[in-house]
Each structure stands twice: as C-alpha cells, then as structure tokens.
Design a protein around this ligand. Structure first.
Ligand SMILES: Cc1cc2nc3c(=O)[nH]c(=O)nc-3n(C[C@H](O)[C@H](O)[C@H](O)COP(=O)(O)O)c2cc1C
Ligand code: SF4
Ligand code: SF4
Length: 280
C-alpha cells in the first residue's frame, strides 16, 4: 500500500483557513500536491480522495465547524488516506470544532493523524474595532509550516519508515504493508464529545451602501449564492447568508458593511493574542 500525494482541502470564505492549510502543506515539503477548494462549490457529488495525506481546514463558527463547511467536507470519500484536521478561529475560542472535524473526517473514511487550531482575523473584525487583525501573520505561518513538518515526521515514525532528508522531490511515495487504521493513532485533541449544541442564530446579512456599483465580483466570492446584482447594485438573500463576511472584506470599494454588536464585544474581550495549538 502507498501514500503518494498531499491533498489540501479547504472551506475558507475569507481565506485565513486556506492560508494556514497551504503553510502546513509547505512544511511537509511534499511536492506532489492537489488542492480541493470547497468554498464556493455548491455541488453535492462525492469527491474521491485516494492514497493521500489530506490537510482539511475550515473556520470555526460558534465553537463548532461552520455548518456549510460540514456539508461540503462531507463530500470527501477517503480510501487509504490520512487526514490532518485544522480549524481556524477568530481569537475567541474553537471549543469543540477540532474534535468535530476529526470525527467527521474519520466518518468519511480517513485515518486521522495530527490536528491543530490556528487563529485568523475574525470575520467581524473591522477598521477601528479589530479582532486578530492581519492574522495569520508571519509567526502563525511559520508555526503552521513547523506543524506540517512535525505531522509528517509523526506519520513516518508511525509507519516505521526512515525519516528522509528534507526534499521537494516530485516522486513522493510512502510504502507500508498494513491498513493505515492499524498503524496510525491520533493524539488526544482539545474539545468535548458530545459537542456543544447551538441555539438558532438571528438571520442577518451585510448592508449594501452607495459605494457599490454592481460590478458583481462579490457574487463569485459568496459561498452560498446569496448575492445577486439588480439595478446596478448588489443585493443579498438574508435566508442564504452565513455572515461569513467575504463580500465585506473583499469588495474593492467598501460597498458592504456588516454591523453587529458582537464586534465590539469581541474587540473588548478577545483582543489578547492567542497562539496556535497543535496536537502531534
Ligand atoms: C458566523 C460566525 C461565527 C464565528 N464564530 C467564532 C467562534 O465561535 N470563535 C472564534 O474565535 N471565531 C469565530 N468566528 C471567526 C472565524 O472563525 C474566523 O474569522 C476565521 O478565521 C474565518 O475563517 P476563513 O477566513 O477561512 O473564512 C466566527 C465567524 C463567523 C462568520
Ligand atoms: S459590493 Fe463591491 S464587489 Fe459587490 S457588486 Fe458592489 S462594488 Fe462589486
Ligand atoms: S452575502 Fe453573506 S454568505 Fe455571501 S459572502 Fe456576504 S456575508 Fe458571506
């Protein structure tokens, strides 16, 4: 049996989870790499992942994995593959999200290896009221790369394979002779099982202002197809909006804002820098 590639699978509306996942991938130095971006792909057809070490990254919403991410990640069907679950949160807490992602990937046929929680700028962060502004920063990305190297080292150790010299060789393959499940064990990770339960959330969507000139770019960034263009301006279906704030962060002219009292609360109570937590 062989593992012959690295796979990076992400759901990442404001791109912080994706940045972390790519840095972890870089840290493994495995050059044969595939990327599966689940952020704006609404299909529900299965995606086969075979013979891969798969880094799967998703944001934390309410202390759990973002519900749309759960639905998209459930498309992955693994065969003889390792999963490295990674959650990215906005400096408040990730609560049960990491164990939830680990268990979801296990249910999809993966063998979980190591896991990690990293910090990304909070979706609700805004000028004047920043929350984890600019993160992941250089120090986070360095830690992510180090985690990638450590996770790869742990895999080699558990498969009883020699640690090769650092290499970017494209002919990557690890060969072993028993099912992964019998060779690889994941360490304990922070979080509760059963996971927390969430109450219903209040429907809300970003507000469009006069800066919007209807260019339509945000239609492509929206993970749930909530944005349409009508009469030269963008409009939002509140029932589809997940408050991910991709449209707010990426609009080149500041055409959308998302105002919630939660931002001030986060700024006040969760500004002290939190560091990544890696479970190897
Ligand atoms: C609806 C919603 C709920 C969130 N809940 C949490 C949370 O419970 N804890 C936290 O620290 N950050 C929370 N965040 C912030 C995101 O986890 C954080 O900004 C993350 O970096 C976004 O990932 P992305 O850039 O891949 O989209 C939440 C964001 C949204 C939109
Ligand atoms: S909100 Fe911004 S990105 Fe979206 S249509 Fe308006 S100008 Fe374009
Ligand atoms: S409309 Fe809602 S779901 Fe779509 S990008 Fe904006 S905040 Fe995210």
């Amino acid at each position: 049996m062989q593992l012959d590639k690295l796979c990076v699978a992400c759901f990442s509306p404001t791109h912080t989870s994706m940045k972390i996942a790519r840095a972890i991938a870089d840290g493994t130095r495995i050059a044969r790499r595939e990327e599966i971006d689940l952020t704006t792909d609404p299909a529900d057809t299965p995606i086969s992942v075979r013979n891969a070490i798969c880094i799967v990254a998703a944001p934390v919403y309410g202390g759990l994995v973002a519900p749309v991410a759960v639905r998209r990640i459930a498309r992955l069907r693994a065969e003889n593959s390792i999963a490295i679950p990674v959650v990215v949160y906005g400096n408040r807490d990730y609560e049960d999200a990491l164990v939830q992602l680990r268990d979801l990937l296990h249910a999809q046929g993966f063998t979980p290896l190591c896991g990690a929680a990293f910090v990304g700028e909070h979706s609700y962060s805004r000028p004047g009221m920043p929350v984890a502004e600019g993160r992941p920063d250089a120090a986070d990305l360095q830690k992510a790369a180090a985690f990638g190297a450590q996770a790869y080292g742990s895999l080699l150790h558990q498969l009883n394979l020699p640690h090769p010299p650092a290499t970017d060789a494209r002919d990557f393959a690890l060969t072993y002779d028993s099912p992964l499940e019998s060779l690889v064990t994941a360490p304990a990770m922070k979080g509760n099982v059963p996971y927390k339960t969430l109450g219903p959330s209040t429907p809300q969507a970003p507000v469009v202002n006069d800066n919007c000139y209807g260019c339509g770019e945000c239609v492509d960034w929206c993970p749930t197809g909530a944005i349409t263009i009508a009469d030269g301006r963008s409009a939002t279906r509140v029932d589809l909006c997940t408050k991910c704030c991709a449209c707010v962060k990426f609009c080149p002219v500041g055409g959308r804002t998302f105002d919630t009292p939660y931002t001030a609360m986060l700024h006040q109570n969760f500004s002290a820098r939190r560091e990544p937590e890696c479970f190897v």
